[in-house]
Design a protein around this ligand. Structure first.
Ligand SMILES: [Zn+2]
Length: 196
């Protein structure tokens, strides 16, 4: 039905919204949403850190390991920003010395992608990986490993060995360290303290 307002003219006369005419409750509502948007933007701009977000997911897995009386280490692997593997240490449960969180996560990710190489993937793990795990991560050609606490006893991303960036091997892994360092160190040191 044609109307005097033409296209989009389904508004009844007298209720056509004009810019600059916002008053009363609309003004308060507008101000409220404006301030909320500012808060959300500030959250993303200043305090939202993706590495910290994925590390907090790995920490949840470390806590799950602790509940099963396993050494609390957790790992996630992301692909194009999406978590495709989540694992925690299961050495005691499986009676398997290779059942580190990283090893289980590598198997999950490769299986998920149907690819033995994880070139476009990143791992977030609560503690610096050992020589076995970094060896496997080099074989998987993972792009980056981000870890929380350094491991001065067995860490193979620079602390004891540097298998991650050895010039001898055919793949180097980008390393980011110290993400949520305090939380990651606390969960593991607390676990060993409780065992003494
Ligand atoms: Zn390991």
């Amino acid at each position: 039905m044609p109307t005097e307002h033409g296209v989009g003219g389904s508004n009844p006369p007298g209720r056509v919204f004009k810019s600059g005419s916002v008053t009363g409750p609309n003004l308060f509502l507008g101000l409220f949403f404006y301030l909320e948007k500012k808060k959300i933007m500030a959250y993303f701009d200043e305090s939202f850190d993706l590495d910290q977000f994925y590390m907090s997911e790995a920490l949840k897995l470390a806590k799950a390991a602790k509940e099963q009386d396993e050494v609390p280490v957790g790992a996630v692997i992301t692909h194009e920003g999406k978590i495709i593997a989540r694992a925690h240490n299961q050495v005691e449960t499986l009676k398997d010395p290779t059942a580190h969180a990283e090893m289980i996560a590598i198997t999950q990710a490769a299986s998920h992608l149907g690819n033995k190489w994880l070139n476009d993937c990143e791992m977030f793990v609560t503690i610096e990986p050992c020589s076995m795990c970094v060896g496997a991560l080099v074989l998987a050609r993972i792009k980056r490993v981000c870890f929380g606490a350094h491991d001065e006893k067995t860490g193979a991303c620079g602390s004891v060995f540097n298998i991650a960036q050895s010039g001898i091997l055919n793949h180097k892994i980008e390393i980011t360290s110290g993400v949520l360092n305090r939380e990651c160190a606390q969960i593991i040191s607390g676990f060993f303290r409780s065992k003494r």
